[in-house]
Design a protein around this ligand. Structure first.
Ligand code: SAM
Ligand code: SF4
Ligand code: SF4
Length: 338
């Protein structure tokens, strides 16, 4: 039975992003800069990571308090052993209406059909530029545009459609290639989503000057391919939607920095080690792995998870603009999965 639950600002809990692994085969400087995440970096051990049984149990508990949309992320989720088995089990949980996954696309050629067979509903692929040199800079020289497009083609052939394509925009690095990226997917049915570069964690050296606002992105694309706004698909949708006037599809803008959407934020996050976060910018998560491994009952776990949500007051992005200096932040993106 679902017990509806709201936080201090009357926001229900609807979405859970589950980071299934903290490792990644890319070194995007805005997320896992190579100089910090070197060969001797201490990632979570197998024992420290939540097991499939633990993730499935927690997902079932979150579903009981109102979560219906789940997204698997990382690090790079396709690096997790036994991922298709986890997907198959998650789709069986009552109340799981939507199960999506965000990937850098590198391992899709071998993994896509396994994920489709396991019942994964939707796929998002990150691709920051179609220009090989620019993309290499954005991913820390670990992949190529051709490799990601090959993964996308395989996923499409396996029946993932439409696919969302995430592009983080960083001024002076890839912003001169956004119109090309939009043009490449116009008319394909796939939806490119441009994401304002965010100040998650403390490692990427974020500066406001690096952000290209959603408004500027729209202006630049609209100049060449006219756009008009579209109403959200559902209340609280994170991306602002725009469609091409010629009917050839739509794009999304995630304006987390310039137009914060905390008021409608219904999203919780679970790290690979089982920490439960109620905001992408939270200082501290709540440990769920400890009680789980100590034998807590479902009722005890529901009390813990529900209690944290009831006390939630997070609205970091709305407050950010009023900070004269940004406060120290908590978890890094690679641990929370974006
Ligand atoms: N490795 C997978 C990938 O890159 O798609 C999944 C995890 S990644 C952390 C999830 C999403 O967060 C990606 O689309 C990535 O581009 C985005 N992201 C990472 N760091 C970001 C930042 N500082 N600002 C905005 N988006 C960011
Ligand atoms: Fe890896 Fe994704 Fe972070 Fe890039 S954004 S380093 S692909 S986890
Ligand atoms: Fe949600 Fe926190 Fe982002 Fe606001 S800053 S939208 S509360 S995750």
């Amino acid at each position: 039975m679902t017990i509806p639950l709201t936080d201090k600002f009357n926001r229900p809990i609807r979405d859970l992003r589950i980071s299934v692994i903290d490792k990644c085969n890319f070194r995007c400087p805005y997320c896992m800069p190579a100089e910090i995440f070197g060969a001797d970096y201490n990632f979570l051990s197998k024992q420290e990571l939540l097991s499939n049984d633990e993730i499935v149990r927690l997902a079932g508990l979150f579903a009981q308090i109102g979560v219906s949309k789940f997204r698997l992320t990382g690090g790079e989720p396709l690096l997790r052993p036994n991922l298709p088995a986890l997907v198959a089990r998650l789709t069986q949980i009552p109340g799981v209406d939507d199960l999506a996954l965000t990937t850098n696309g590198y391992y899709l050629p071998k993994m896509s059909h396994l994920l489709k067979d396991a019942g994964l509903h939707r796929l998002t692929i990150s691709l920051d530029s179609l220009d090989e040199e620019v993309f290499e800079v954005m991913n820390g020289r670990k992949s190529s545009v051709q490799r990601v497009l090959a993964g996308l083609a395989v996923a499409e052939a396996d029946g993932f459609y439409p696919i969302k394509i995430n592009c983080v925009v960083k001024r002076g690095v890839n912003d001169h290639t956004i119109v090309d990226l939009a043009r490449r997917f116009k008319g394909t049915g796939h939806i490119v989503r441009f994401i304002e570069y965010m100040d998650v964690g403390n490692l990427n050296g974020w500066k406001m000057d690096d952000v290209v606002t959603a408004e500027e992105i729209i202006r630049r694309i609209d100049l060449e391919m006219p756009l008009e706004p579209v109403p959200p698909n559902y209340p609280g949708e994170v991306a602002n939607r725009f469609r091409y006037l010629d009917g050839e599809g739509e794009i999304g803008l995630i304006a987390s920095v310039s137009q914060p959407f905390c008021g409608g934020c219904t999203r919780a996050r679970l790290s690979g080690a089982g920490e439960y976060y109620t905001c992408l910018f939270a200082h501290k998560g709540t440990d769920l792995r400890g009680p789980l491994r100590a034998g807590a009952s479902d009722e005890e776990m529901l009390d813990l998870i529900g209690g944290v949500w009831r006390r939630r007051t997070d609205r970091y992005s709305e407050l950010r603009t009023s900070f004269t200096r940004l406060p120290a932040k908590g978890a890094e993106m690679y641990r929370l999965g974006g």
